[in-house]
Design a protein around this ligand. Structure first.
Ligand code: HSE
Length: 315
């Protein structure tokens, strides 16, 4: 058996506007890296966390990596062994970029490698969802599923968990704009209305269908028209200074669509070229600048691979 393994898991844009809790897409970068090492003492241990300024929980039952690894060890019936976890945190916390999900997914892909990959990626998914429940108070899969599998992913159902990749022949690009404010998913979910009207459900359903159909049939304008959200954006956008201005500017600069990434405060643009994604993201950054809010921009292609084992020696 291997003694050590390392894996990378990418950031994700959950919801994709209309697909609240059911759609997400992975980006190429940034992402988190986790190293797991076999140790003599049975149990799961957090050895080190780099890059979180000491803010993530070190308690094994509260940290997304260790919760995922514990759940995995139970599934493969190896609670007799000892695993030490080291997290290299590159994703900002409370950003809406699937930060907690990426840590859990990287830990699972690494520990699975350690045991010779007895579980498929799909079989790893419930353990990542369990970690998400601990991290955010909600067992949503629209970050963990794309981070694990790559591409656009649909969570068709939760009981039982049923996910499917949405194929597309389009080469799409994502710009993520992370303003330097934090928003906890838990808080961002509290502002949502527990009920929606029939009219809102019809609007949202039409857009989900349009988005999926647009992806499958390579119909970029249909994708663009479908990137709308009446469930969460009307309430969550209040948390994001300059939101309306950013939205107009991104679309004017050629982005196919724009929205809140996951539970925010990061925003995303989806575009048909690297140049449009960069222009759209820059327009959003300028909108943030105009309200004295600094931000970081990440632009990359849609990630088709999802999380993977790292074989080099860097972090
Ligand atoms: N679907 C989740 C939400 C994603 O919007 O609350 C959290 O990143």
């Amino acid at each position: 058996m291997q003694q050590k393994a390392r894996a990378f898991a990418p950031a994700t844009v959950a919801n994709l506007c209309c697909g609240f809790d059911i759609l997400g897409v992975a980006v190429e970068k940034p992402g988190d890296v986790v190293t797991v090492t076999m140790i003599d003492q049975p149990g799961v241990f957090i050895n080190n966390i780099v890059g979180d300024a000491g803010r993530l929980p070190r308690q094994v039952n509260k940290n997304t990596c260790s919760v995922a690894v514990q759940s995995y060890l139970q599934a493969v019936d190896r609670t007799d062994v000892g695993v030490a976890v080291e997290l290299f945190k590159y994703l900002p916390l409370g950003s809406g970029m699937g930060s907690s999900a990426a840590s859990a997914v990287a830990a699972l892909v690494a520990v699975n490698q350690l045991f010779g990959n007895p579980l498929s990626k799909l079989e790893l998914l419930p353990h990542a969802v369990e970690a998400e429940r601990i991290a955010c108070g909600s067992a949503h899969a629209d970050n963990v599923a794309p981070s694990l599998l790559g591409g656009f992913v649909l969570v068709r159902g939760y009981q039982p968990l049923d996910v499917a990749t949405v194929p597309t022949g389009l080469d799409l690009f994502v710009g993520l704009i992370h303003p330097h404010i934090e928003l906890k998913t838990e808080d961002s979910r509290k502002v949502l209305k527990p009920m929606v009207t029939l009219r809102e459900a019809i609007t949202q359903n039409g857009n989900v269908a349009g988005l999926v159909l647009g992806l499958v049939t390579d119909n970029a304008p249909l994708i663009g028209r479908s990137l709308r959200d009446v469930f969460a954006e009307p309430y969550r956008s209040d948390f994001i200074p300059g939101f309306e201005h950013a939205k107009k500017a991104a679309i004017a600069e050629g982005a196919l669509g724009f929205g809140i990434s996951g539970s925010g405060p990061s925003l995303f643009v989806l575009a048909t070229s690297d140049a449009f994604a960069r222009q759209g993201a820059q327009a959003v950054q300028e909108a943030f600048n105009s309200v004295q809010l600094s931000s970081d921009v990440f632009v990359s292609k849609v990630n088709q691979q999802g999380a993977f084992v790292l074989h080099d020696s860097g972090n």
